[in-house]
Design a protein around this ligand. Structure first.
Ligand SMILES: Nc1ncnc2c1ncn2[C@@H]1O[C@H](COP(=O)(O)OP(=O)(O)OP(=O)(O)O)[C@@H](O)[C@H]1O
Ligand SMILES: [Mg+2]
Length: 362
């Protein structure tokens, strides 16, 4: 009997989703640690309080709870707007409701299992620009191949002409041909990188080591632009499964964007930490995942609402020498790693990119 009770206690406290038990008057009777973490409240803080503390101003949801209690109905796939401590932040919560009975079959209240859906919703919303992409991708790849060959011929001929005309006053014009051809080549390479099906070649990597390698590459340029780098790492983060080259490309793009957003210098802060809540890796997968988050924050020019709307859309750029593929490629890589990206920005104040990468499952 004791064993059985221990087992139930263990299930209750280690269950990955929140469990909430309310009595027949919709007052909270019990919660598990996952729920307390989700709502940033302690168990003592919750006990005896009304359900509306967690789900304020939602009479429709309360009606569902009442129905469960009075009619022994049960519900799945319900959604509510949940409120963390001190109404500081809200999050979308998914839940199932079941009636709770006593030993004699009398109604004791209702039992709800609750999940924080915020990351899942982010994954859905961020992924949208890519739905428009497949035909563009096919076109891009085909065109890139066709443009590259004649370009090679143009460059080689210009190079030959240059060696003949080295002393001529027109030599600089041929230099322009060569440098412009090189520019088109760079653009095409980016387009091809973007279009090619880049399945990540994953291995266990230390995210801090990858970041350090990037900073080594970028150090001189940052100093030249009077940008200081602040690193705030959580040393306890475990290894992640990722493609080291692709991960480097992601953070190089973000660091480069941050630098370009601060033409008069500034600060880039790169921090790493666990993402505190559980989420689903994708709609189709039911296994919960824990994420790490790497934040790249600058105090540069920031973006307005219109820019945010088209962010991650290929070929959208505000820079005279930009291609507008950096972020699209970055998001594609992170999505291939089953992660996601969140952005917060304020015009003339700065921008923060948060990159979520899943931790390997045990
Ligand atoms: N940290 C940032 N601060 C302000 N604006 C940004 C930042 N990062 C991106 N942007 C905006 O988003 C646009 C798209 O960025 P993205 O990296 O995709 O392309 P790009 O930097 O213009 O060109 P490239 O392909 O060379 O990276 C930028 O042109 C810029 O307007
Ligand atoms: Mg860029």
């Amino acid at each position: 009997m004791d064993d059985c009770e221990d087992l139930f206690k263990n299930v209750f406290s280690s269950f990955i989703h929140g469990i909430l038990i309310v009595d027949t008057k919709l007052n909270i009777r019990k919660s598990n640690p996952a729920l307390e973490e989700m709502f940033c409240r302690s168990g003592e803080d919750l006990i005896g309080k009304p359900l509306s503390l967690l789900f304020p101003e939602q009479p429709a949801l309360e009606d569902k709870f009442k129905e469960v209690i009075s009619n022994s109905a049960s519900y799945q796939l319900l959604e509510g707007r949940a409120c963390r401590k001190n109404a500081l932040s809200h999050f979308p919560a998914g839940m199932t409701l079941s009636p709770l009975f006593g030993a004699k079959g009398e109604s004791l209240g209702a039992l709800a299992t609750i999940k924080d859906l915020s990351l899942l919703k982010d994954l859905e919303s961020v992924s949208r620009p890519f739905e428009r992409l497949s035909t563009t991708e096919a076109l891009t790849l085909g065109m890139a191949h066709e443009i590259r060959n004649p370009l090679g011929g143009i460059r080689a001929s210009a190079q030959l002409l240059l060696s003949d005309l080295e002393t001529s006053p027109n030599a600089s014009l041929i230099q322009i041909i060569i440098s412009e051809v090189d520019r088109i080549n760079r653009l095409i390479k980016k387009m091809m990188d973007f279009s090619q099906e880049a399945e990540p070649k994953v291995k266990l990597i230390n995210i801090h080591r990858s970041l350090e390698e990037i900073f080594l590459l970028e150090k001189e340029t940052l100093i030249a632009h009077q940008i200081t780098l602040l690193q705030e790492y959580d040393p306890s983060l475990p290894l992640i499964k990722a493609d080291p080259d692709q991960i480097k490309q992601v953070f190089l793009n973000l660091i480069k964007n941050a630098r370009e957003a601060m033409p008069n210098g500034g600060q880039i802060r790169v921090s790493t930490r666990y993402h505190g809540s559980y989420a689903f890796s994708a709609v189709s997968q039911s296994k919960p995942l824990l994420f790490i988050v790497v934040e790249v924050a600058d105090n540069g020019c920031g973006m307005d609402d219109k820019q945010i709307e088209t962010l991650f859309t290929p070929f959208v750029t505000t820079k005279s020498k930009g291609v507008g593929l950096g972020l699209a490629l970055t998001l594609k890589i992170i999505e291939n790693h089953k992660g996601t990206i969140k952005v917060s920005t304020q015009k003339n104040a700065g921008t923060t990119f948060q990159v979520f990468l899943p931790l390997p499952q045990k």
